[in-house]
Design a protein around this ligand. Structure first.
Ligand code: ADP
Ligand code: MG
Length: 369
């Protein structure tokens, strides 16, 4: 065992492809400049000690108690990573510090689990590949925390590339970096955190997953990835037909939009992705019904301020909105979202410019010993 190991793993925004991941479909996320640093070193015998700069108290877990459902609260995320490694553990101290806003839809959870997975792999000299670490981080959230996330977040946090969005096929887990350099075109990607409280997000997420599974079952396909618009008629006759048609239509059209955006980026036509981003938002609002007024109003304000396109990003029911716009329009757009939210009595949003950052990596100076 080494003396210590430290990793940094980023949060993410998804450029397009929402709720498509658990339908075996396509997503196009980018890693952002905010991330989580995790340091691990040998600790007290028989105990895993979790310390977060974002939490007031450390959490101690005795190693035999490292079991799903026995650990609750924030420490379940890093504890879940150690559990998912499925190896005999020594006593360890795990320290984390993140500048990804927690619960804002920027995937602070994947930043946390991926940074801990990378650091643990180095400290314990397990030799796991980045892809194996993706699986560990995902198992931690799905199998230990009990968060039914679809796998995109861990994939982009671990495998993100500076200057590129990552075109991910969530069926095969094949990924391809697609250049997304905005500066050269005088463009910017603005992220606006609505600060809206995530009301009922977990229950609604589970309900959307159930609808998608039911629609796939009715159509006799493995996942909605395999459905086409001409299948929608067949769903209409189901007892939940009206709802299934809308849910499936979002997934089918969204998968197409992801591929259309990739084609445009591949041919350097960055501005032209704007209408596809906006169409994605309309589909989430009207068909998948996962937006809330707090984010709809931000999208309208951004389009009104001259954005080429804007959409909610992330699972929905609050969270963040992104917009593609001219770099010199960023200030006016930031003012426009503040005014629009204020006029409706919503929380003051937080806007920041981002561009694709590197995926998870070891930090210099770690791994001594
Ligand atoms: P998101 O991933 O979009 O930020 P989640 O609900 O999936 O939202 O994950 C947020 C949760 O992850 C927090 O409530 C907390 O339990 C945990 N978490 C993330 N980062 C940290 C951190 N630095 N310290 C403690 N807990 C964290
Ligand atoms: Mg998360």
């Amino acid at each position: 065992m080494r003396e210590s190991a430290s990793w940094l793993a980023p949060g993410r925004v998804n450029l397009i492809g929402e709720h498509t991941d658990y339908n075996d479909g396509f997503v196009l996320p980018l890693a952002i400049e905010y991330g989580c640093r995790a340091s691990i070193s040998p600790g007290p015998d028989g105990v895993l000690r979790f310390v977060s700069a974002q939490e007031s108290d450390p959490v101690d877990i005795r190693i035999p108690a490292l079991q799903p459902e026995r650990v609750t609260g924030w420490a379940a995320y890093p504890a879940g990573v150690l559990w998912a490694l499925d190896v005999d553990l020594p006593g360890l101290t795990i320290t984390v510090d993140s500048d990804v806003p927690l619960g804002a839809g920027l995937s602070s959870s994947a930043a946390l689990t991926c940074s801990v997975a990378g650091a643990a792999n180095d400290l314990l000299e397990l030799g796991l590949s980045p892809r194996e670490l993706v699986a560990v981080a995902r198992r931690a959230e799905n199998g230990f925390v009990g968060a039914p996330t679809g796998g995109m977040d861990q994939l982009i946090s671990m495998l993100g590339k500076a200057g590129s969005v990552l075109f991910c096929d969530m069926r095969t887990l094949d990924v391809r970096p697609v250049p997304f350099t905005l500066d050269a075109d005088g463009l910017a990607l603005l992220v606006v955190d609505s600060k809206a409280p995530h009301k009922h997000a977990d229950g609604e997420y589970a309900a959307r997953r159930r609808s998608c599974e039911r629609a796939a079952h009715v159509l006799g396909v493995t996942a909605l990835r395999d459905a086409t618009l001409s299948d929608l008629d067949k769903l209409a006759t189901d007892s939940e037909g009206e709802e299934l048609v809308k849910r499936a239509r979002h997934i089918i059209t969204e998968n197409q939009r992801v591929q259309d955006v990739v084609a445009l980026l591949d041919s350097g036509r960055v501005r032209e992705i704007g209408p596809l981003l906006t169409a994605s938002h309309a589909s989430m609002r009207d068909d998948f019904e996962i937006t809330v007024p707090e984010v709809d109003v931000l999208v309208e304000a951004l389009l009104g301020a001259g954005a080429y396109g804007a959409r909610m990003t992330g699972g929905g029911f609050g969270g963040c909105v992104i917009a593609l716009l001219d770099a010199d329009a960023v200030d006016a757009a930031s003012r426009a979202v503040a005014e629009a939210a204020g006029a409706r009595g919503f929380a003051a949003p937080h806007a920041f410019v981002t561009s694709p950052a590197a995926g998870a990596h070891a930090l210099d100076g770690s791994n001594a010993g």
